[in-house]
Design a protein around this ligand. Structure first.
Ligand code: F6P
Length: 318
């Protein structure tokens, strides 16, 4: 007879490091004689009762694999109170003592509602966007911006050979963390982030200023919710009369093999989640502060101000 039952699920956009995190959870829980269930496909799978028992054998190759082998989904119906009530019944019927959710802010909002309904929840930040503000970093962010940087550096070499202007779109949704890091690391010239909105006309002015300094291949990084993407390309080509090329970096950022940093972080978060269960601690969001793992009250976790590094942005923009 096992001691306790822990259920784990991933929800929202998959993030490199999630699989390493699940491995940390499974290996450490197994060692402590706990039963581990995976809820497949996030909140959608919870309502469909799509559960499987996990063993160390099933996670042995997890460390270096991107994505989430227990699947994920975006399930907006979970915000309906009657669906949440059903989720609680299901969790109780399966005798689940602790529920660990790995994901972004939508995942956390669901966990907070379940906590209010009496479920022992633990949240782990897993989103390439790095927009879970209480934590310095979330699983997948390091991998995503490194993967995007490598792609953009390679494309920029080709642009330089033709004296072309290059516009690259990276992910990040409402956060400019990926865009800013990529812009700096790839040696780009201009960046558009949601925290500092910029018009297509103002980017064109910056492009002309960069060219006036002798750089004939300005590189512009924009986030994927930049509203003037098409207008920008049109103006660069038809008003500024420049040869411009564009590329949406896309899912190679999210599906890249996790960096060693994200692998170790995910695995450590997973082990720490089980440490909390063993101490019967819950209602906690695990995160990173000063490069160390720390615990935050899950209900407070979504109330922190933006973690976008405005000082870094100002340095880039000098
Ligand atoms: O939240 C992660 C993320 O990759 C965002 O950066 C991006 O805007 C969005 O998901 C894309 O979502 P989907 O996979 O549903 O197209």
């Amino acid at each position: 007879m096992k001691n306790n039952t822990v259920a784990v699920f991933t929800s929202g956009g998959d993030a490199p490091g999630m699989n390493a995190c699940i491995k940390g959870i499974v290996d450490y829980a197994f060692k402590n004689d706990m039963k581990i269930l995976a809820i497949r496909s996030g909140y959608k799978g919870l309502i469909a009762e799509d559960f499987i028992e996990l063993t160390p054998e099933m996670v042995k190759d997890n460390m270096h694999r991107a994505g989430t082998f227990i699947k994920t989904s975006r399930y907006h119906d979970f915000f309906k109170p009657e669906i949440q009530k059903k989720a609680v019944e299901i969790l109780k019927n399966h005798n689940i003592n602790y529920l660990i959710g790995i994901g972004g802010d939508g995942t956390y909002r669901g966990l907070i509602e379940l906590k209010k309904l009496g479920i022992n929840v633990i949240g782990i930040p897993g989103t390439i966007d790095n927009d879970i503000n209480y934590s310095e970093t979330s699983l997948g962010f390091d991998t995503a911006y490194n993967a995007a940087t490598e792609n953009i550096k390679a494309a920029s070499e080709s642009m330089r050979s033709f004296d072309r202007v290059f516009v690259a779109e990276v992910m990040g949704r409402h956060s400019g963390n990926i865009a800013l890091n990529v812009a700096i690391a790839s040696g780009a010239d201009i960046v558009a982030v949601p925290e500092k909105p910029i018009t297509a006309d103002n980017i064109c002015k910056k492009v002309n200023a960069v060219k006036a300094k002798g750089n004939n291949s300005p590189v512009i990084i924009v986030h994927d919710y930049y509203p003037y993407y098409d207008e920008l390309l049109n103006k660069l080509r038809n008003v500024c009369k420049l040869e411009a090329r564009s590329q949406i970096i896309g899912f190679v950022q999210r599906g890249a093999s996790p960096t060693a940093y994200d692998t170790i972080l995910g695995w450590s978060y997973g082990i720490h989640a089980i440490e909390l269960c063993l101490k019967n601690k819950f209602g906690i969001a695990i995160g990173t502060q000063n490069n160390r793992i720390f615990d935050c009250d899950i209900e407070k976790s979504l109330t922190y101000p933006s973690n976008f590094d405005i000082d870094l942005y100002n340095k880039f923009d000098i």
